[in-house]
Design a protein around this ligand. Structure first.
Ligand SMILES: Cc1ncc(COP(=O)(O)O)c(C=O)c1O
Length: 400
């Protein structure tokens, strides 16, 4: 067989000689200059740039106030406290999920109640959530998976009628719009992530947005030890040395170095998202005629942020499994990943929640077949075409 048709793992020529990473932040010289200027300014911790960043993100998502924190996880945690989650409460969230939200639920002494997702959107729906509501349900945490919005109108209507709070996990969803609303303006609170792989980055970072300004004031206070507001000013010449602890808080604040980077990234947030959307279109076209590849559904009622591009491989048509397919792709020079290992497959959650395999059939079937392809602004359309070529090559070679 021709060397370029033989997989690299079998001694053939790889599709790419230079490895295409799965993810890479877009850091330009402006980003670097803004961070350096902050370092030179002498003010590194939470301060004027963090406030400016909060305003920039709040206005972008269409709310009056937001609170910048050091991760989306921290934002989820503080939102749970501010929304009054208490020990013994139940919290509904998808099994197709990262550990951040369920871990915080556990730390609150509450119980994560896992649910399956809709097979087309890979998101929770109001119907799925409703089936898991009990008298103890206090909160639901929809994940806008891959940057595609959950059906928020239905979810909010259900939650309001059952007196349940909604905390959006917006880790994938800066730039996402449900119909014409940013998802950050809809739920009781939304926590976004600015981790390196996300829509914009602050290295590590996150922000809580809410239409409820009083809730954000509380999150802000909790993010800095429970100090009276603007306590950070105590080190500047603008305010007094005095502060008061109003409740036991946490140390989750963002700092001005992160915020300087975030401010510069926010200037390109829509450009970044549009670049991802163009790559999604290249993938969509490239796989249109390939039966063995199921591409993610588009979403045309609003805006998909395309944080991830998760495809599903028809394993019945292949002689290898998904894990072997991924090892092959990496040898072909294409970085890929899987989002997510279902929560109930992890030893801790398997034991504490006692779900057998089979409990969440859509999540499980998706996981067996899932491969997340690289999708980020600094990738070219040819990079995406290389990923398509590598997949087609492997599908041909390993055809059953
Ligand atoms: C769905 C989801 N929620 C939360 C997080 C946590 O984000 P962070 O690392 O900013 O805490 C992630 C991280 O990838 C995620 O994928």
């Amino acid at each position: 067989m021709a060397k370029d048709k033989t997989p690299a793992v079998e001694g053939g020529a790889p599709v790419r000689d230079d490895f295409l990473p799965f993810a890479r932040p877009s850091i330009g010289s402006d980003d670097i200059d803004r961070v350096v200027a902050t370092l030179r300014s002498g003010w590194l911790t939470v301060g004027p740039r963090t406030l400016e960043f909060e305003d920039a993100v709040a206005s972008y998502v269409g709310v009056k106030k937001a609170c910048a924190v050091h991760s989306c996880t921290a934002g989820l945690h503080l939102s749970m406290v501010a929304l009054g989650l208490a020990p013994g409460d139940e919290v509904i969230l998808p099994a197709l999920n990262f550990a951040a939200a369920p871990n915080m639920v556990i730390h609150m002494g509450a119980t994560p109640v896992l649910v399956d997702v809709d097979p087309d959107s890979l998101n929770v729906t109001a119907e799925i959530i409703e089936s898991a509501i009990t008298e103890r349900t206090k909160l639901v945490i929809p994940v806008h998976f891959a940057g595609r919005p959950c059906p928020m109108d239905e979810i909010l209507e259900l939650a309001r009628s059952r007196k349940i709070k909604v905390l959006s996990d917006g880790a994938h969803a800066i730039g996402t719009k449900y119909r014409n609303h940013s998802i950050g303006s809809m739920a009781d609170a939304t926590s976004f992530s600015f981790y390196v792989t996300k829509g914009i980055t602050t290295g590590e970072g996150g922000i809580v947005a809410s239409p409820d300004g009083a809730l954000i004031d509380r999150v802000k206070r909790l993010s800095l030890h429970g100090m009276s507001s603007d306590a950070w000013r105590r080190y500047s010449d603008r305010g007094p040395w005095y502060y008061e602890i109003l409740e036991p808080g946490y140390k989750y604040n963002m700092n001005d170095i992160q915020a300087a980077l975030g401010l510069c990234q926010m200037e390109r947030v829509d450009d970044f998202r549009d670049a991802r959307a163009r790559l999604a279109a290249v993938y969509g076209e490239g796989f249109a005629e390939i039966d063995a590849v199921l591409t993610p559904d588009d979403y045309d009622e609003g805006v998909h942020a395309w944080h991830l591009y998760p495809i599903q491989i028809d394993l019945d048509s292949l002689t290898i499994n998904r894990d072997r397919f991924i090892l092959n792709l990496i040898e072909e020079g294409i970085g890929v990943s899987v989002h997510f290992i279902p929560l109930h497959y992890h030893p801790y959650y398997r034991e504490c929640l006692d779900h057998d395999p089979g409990a969440f059939p859509v999540t499980e079937a998706y996981f067996e077949r899932a491969v997340s392809l690289p999708i980020y602004p600094s990738m070219t359309e040819d990079d995406a075409r290389d990923a398509i070529r590598a997949i087609v090559k492997l599908l041909d070679y390993y055809k059953r």
